[in-house]
Ligand binder design. Structure first.
Ligand code: ARG
Length: 571
């Protein structure tokens, strides 16, 4: 079953394409009717006919018979109103459908999502929060439509800083280093290494020698490096658990994973004639990338000192994801400042034939998290803010708010609920902003039960669940969906739009579209309650209203779930 919108588009397209092959009805939801088709103007123009004529002809075509009525409006718009019987049958089909009309992608695609990607022995900062939250929402939504998601947590676990980090580990002593890292005190550890490096030339020499040992595969150095990686990954896992993010240690495929493939990247680029020498470094100059002076920009694959860099690793990763994982789609959930790097990697991979045109590859870029002063979010002393601390503070505040409201929960349940609300607050604030834009981190606003917030949507869901609990057993299949007034009809139309909201969010890798949809749904619910008392109604009217409540509750739960947000039964 296609969505109601898709059924309309398909039928309407017949009329349009009889007139102009390939033309698009441009169907949108509308204030004046249920839908509005805006594609007439373009068709009329290419036929050289008056738009109203064309509109009238389409309206008379009968293509929407049994589904909707068409009315010509203004200079040539089509207002479309669904037939009550069709509308009711579409809604009835949702009652027994767990997925509420959302069809599975057939055949399923393999989608590789590169997200989170913090750096070993470095604190996760708010930039990683965005990548983690957006990436996880996309992963869940892709899985919901039946696609196979392969998460790739491309952690920074290689490079010259590891010489210094390992030497610092030795100076601290393994036990103390592990103690520091295992409690997630990554800032202290990293800064300790940094200051030792800045303070002592002997330490610098040791660090450089250690990098050589590490790259040469010296077993003892490897063991020490592993301590750093394992401790950090264990810490990241704690953060993911706290955030309720689906990433597991198995998804960690760090930069070092590609080490053995780097030489092949360089020699294959060379064989393809794409490599050029620039100041002793080996580079590719993909067409279309220039600096401010109009000079071609290099993507450096091998540095002058023979070392491989970030770009070579990313090229190897593309090859692995396309060649070995058989990805149909590659999504990189990485901050906007890396746009040029990724665009160049993709361009080189395409030229080298490692990334065929059939594979969608997209940089899912996002903006910054700002503090109240609208500058990059930092602590008062100018340090990066620890993610866990943000979350802990949100949990504390949500907990206090629950205590103040005097809910009759035992303390453990209250803690659990506070955690769910806090996660919802932080995730939703991040996801509901169009991802390219910056946003101000403001816990008060995020945690509010009113307005466009995660807790508001959770509350909308819990309220529905409470109504449904109090109603007791009802045979929802008996609902006739006569939709007696505007608010109930408007709610019904929103419910039918669920598959389209999901499709649109996936198409643009844009979870905020799903947020907008859910918020709109919740607002329609408010108007619905005003016009349609549920529990006091009787007979068929009561069954119908409860069925609408049931569909709305399930839509909210499924939608919040796709965003990685829990939908508690009670609040
Ligand atoms: N570790 C990097 C950082 O913290 C992000 C890695 C993004 N993914 C990638 N394939 N380059 O900035």
């Amino acid at each position: 079953m296609g969505s109601t919108y898709e059924i309309l588009v398909e039928r309407l397209a017949r009329s349009f394409q009889r007139l102009v092959p390939g033309s698009d009805p441009v169907l949108r939801t509308s204030e004046r009717a249920d839908f509005q088709a805006n594609g007439v103007m373009a068709v009329a123009k290419s036929l050289g006919r008056p738009p109203r004529d064309v509109a009238t002809e389409i309206a008379a075509s009968g293509d929407l018979d049994g589904v909707a009525t068409i009315e010509v409006a203004g200079p040539g718009f089509l207002n479309i109103t669904l037939d009550p019987a069709f509308l009711a049958s579409q809604l009835r089909a949702l009652i027994g459908d767990e997925r509420l009309g959302l069809t599975l992608v057939a055949p399923p695609k393999t989608v590789v999502i590169d997200y989170s990607a913090p750096n070993v022995a470095k604190e996760m900062h708010v930039g990683h929060l965005r990548s983690t939250v957006i990436g996880d929402a996309l992963a869940r939504t892709e899985r919901l439509v039946g696609n196979q998601v392969i998460a790739r947590n491309h952690v920074g676990d290689w490079g010259t800083p590891f010489g210094m980090l390992i030497e610092h580990l030795l100076d601290l002593g393994e036990d103390r280093a592990i103690a520091e890292l295992s409690i997630g005190d990554l800032n202290t550890f990293y800064q300790g290494a940094r200051s030792a490096f800045d303070a002592s030339e002997a330490f610098q020499r040791r660090s450089r020698a250690r990098v050589v040992l590490l790259q040469g595969g010296d077993p003892e150095t490897r063991r020490l490096w592993h301590i750093l990686v394992d401790q950090s990954v264990a810490y990241f896992s704690q953060v993911y658990a706290k955030l309720d993010v689906t990433l597991t240690p198995d998804d960690v495929v760090g930069e070092s994973f590609y080490n053995d493939a780097l030489e092949g990247v360089v020699s294959d680029l060379d064989a393809l004639g794409l490599l050029e020498d620039s100041d002793g470094a080996r580079c590719v100059f993909p067409p279309g990338f220039t600096n401010r002076d109009g000079e071609p920009l290099p993507l450096i694959v091998q540095k002058r000192d023979e070392g491989f860099g970030y770009a070579a690793t990313d090229l190897a990763a593309v090859r692995d994801r396309v060649g070995n994982l058989h990805a149909d789609e590659l999504l990189y959930v990485v901050g906007a400042p890396q746009a040029q790097h990724l665009a160049m990697v993709f361009a080189v991979a395409r030229r080298a034939g490692w990334l065929p045109d059939t594979v969608r590859c997209e940089h899912v870029a996002f903006g910054s998290v700002l503090g109240p002063d609208r500058k990059m979010y930092k602590t008062r002393s100018g340090e990066t803010v620890k993610l866990v601390e943000l979350l802990d503070e949100a949990i504390e505040r949500a907990y206090e708010a629950l205590v103040a409201r005097g809910t009759d929960l035992d303390d453990a349940s209250r803690r659990e609920l506070a955690t769910q609300i806090a996660r919802a607050a932080i995730k939703y604030a991040d996801l509901s902003t169009e991802r390219q834009r910056d946003y101000v981190f403001d816990l008060n606003r995020m945690l509010a039960f009113e307005g466009d917030t995660g807790p508001y949507l959770q509350y909308a869901h819990a309220r529905l669940r409470s109504i449904l609990r109090r109603a007791g057993e009802v045979e929802l299949e008996r609902a006739t969906f006569s939709l007696e007034n505007t608010p109930s009809r408007s709610l019904a139309l929103a419910l039918l739009g669920w598959p389209d909201a999901v499709a649109s969010a996936l198409e643009g890798a844009a979870p905020h579209r799903l947020c907008t949809y859910l918020f709109d749904l919740a607002q329609r619910l408010t108007a619905f309650y005003e016009a349609c008392p549920v529990l006091n109604a009787e007979g068929a009217v009561r069954v119908e209203r409860l069925a609408l409540c049931d569909l709305a509750a399930r839509t909210l739960a499924l939608g919040l779930g796709a965003l990685g947000i829990a939908a508690p039964e009670r609040m």
